[in-house]
Design a binder for this molecule. Structure first.
Ligand SMILES: [Zn+2]
Length: 322
């Protein structure tokens, strides 16, 4: 059967309806149906450069998202750095995707968050996206970190480190644009508390074999999951300005948007066995480089002892000076 593009079929419907409806607002049905994203880049903690508006109207990441929406024609985006005004039960209904690149304790009430999590998100076509410090947001608020799937716990791989990534599901629309199972990337990489491999479909990890700075544990980078009929897609990447002009990264955003909208297919089945294999491999590659948890623990203790000694010496000096 021949299919009319959505706008035509909407038009055909709209013509006989026009005589019945007097409210001009109803003609909105003629608009082609695109996922509508609310891009939240408010920082209540550290302000990342890509989301810092400085004196401009929009930040770099916001401009990149707006340009991406325009270039692809696949979605629309509204940007906000004001959750108090825009993250409300009423306004959420105007969107299909809420994307967070935020930090700290945002002023969203537990009641509004509950509505978001229990009523808004589980609907088909709705979804949450998290970029970079979305996991450094609401760190002490369990419903949020349980939704995101992890909480920032330091970044041994700083902003200037080039790391190797490993993709576990190249068929996922959010991963396809990276083009291969392995790639190098310059960005700041987090490690996490509250990582819940049994709840998520792991998409990307730090490749411990090929990354110079090794740790004896799995470091997930991107993952997704379903919440009722709704979806979540998170990617740690995005600390650097350059990431927001990287074609593969931008392509992965579009892919994830289309996946959330149900326009492209991608698996979200939890795959804890992949995390377990990554954990084992990380332990082995780190051990081969002489990095073990016992050694890291000893280093941490030595550092803490040195800091305590410095504080004590300062105290002593202060007292002697009186
Ligand atoms: Zn960062």
């Amino acid at each position: 059967m021949m299919k009319f593009p959505r706008q035509f079929s909407a038009l055909i419907l709209a013509v006989p309806l026009m005589s019945l409806l007097t409210a001009p607002g109803r003609l909105q049905a003629q608009e082609p149906e695109k996922p509508r994203m609310l891009f939240v880049t408010q920082s209540k903690g550290f302000v990342h450069n890509p989301v810092n508006r400085k004196n401009a109207e929009r930040s770099g990441a916001e401009l990149a998202m707006m340009q991406l929406a325009k270039d692809t024609g696949d979605f629309t985006v509204v940007c906000t750095q004001n959750v108090e005004a825009d993250f409300t039960e009423e306004n959420l209904e105007n969107f299909d995707i809420i994307a967070f690149y935020t930090t700290g304790k945002l002023l969203i009430s537990p009641e509004t968050f509950e509505f978001f999590l229990k009523k808004w998100l589980p609907q088909k076509g709705n979804g949450v996206m998290g970029f970079h410090s979305a996991t450094d947001t609401f760190k002490d608020f369990e419903p949020y970190w349980d939704l995101m799937g992890g909480t920032f716990n330091g970044h041994p791989w700083g902003a200037n480190s080039t790391v190797t990534m490993q993709i576990h599901d190249l068929d996922h629309p959010g991963m396809k644009p990276f083009g291969g199972k392995q790639f190098e990337f310059k960005d700041e990489i987090y490690q996490y508390n509250h990582w819940q491999p049994e709840k998520v479909h792991l998409l990307m990890s730090l490749d411990m074999e090929h990354t110079q700075l090794k740790r004896p544990y799995h470091v997930p980078v991107a993952w997704c999951k379903k919440i009722g009929e709704g979806k979540l897609f998170y990617n740690n990447m995005g600390h650097r300005d350059e990431t927001w002009t990287n074609k593969a990264f931008l392509g992965s955003i579009t892919g994830a948007v289309l996946w959330i909208a149900g326009k492209e297919q991608g698996d979200a089945t939890p795959n804890p066995e992949v995390s377990a294999a990554q954990q084992k491999a990380s332990e082995e590659f780190a051990a081969a480089a002489g990095v073990t948890s016992t050694k890291l623990e000893a280093e941490k203790k030595a550092k803490a002892a040195a800091a305590a000694a410095r504080r004590a010496a300062k105290e002593k000096q202060k007292k002697a000076g009186k």
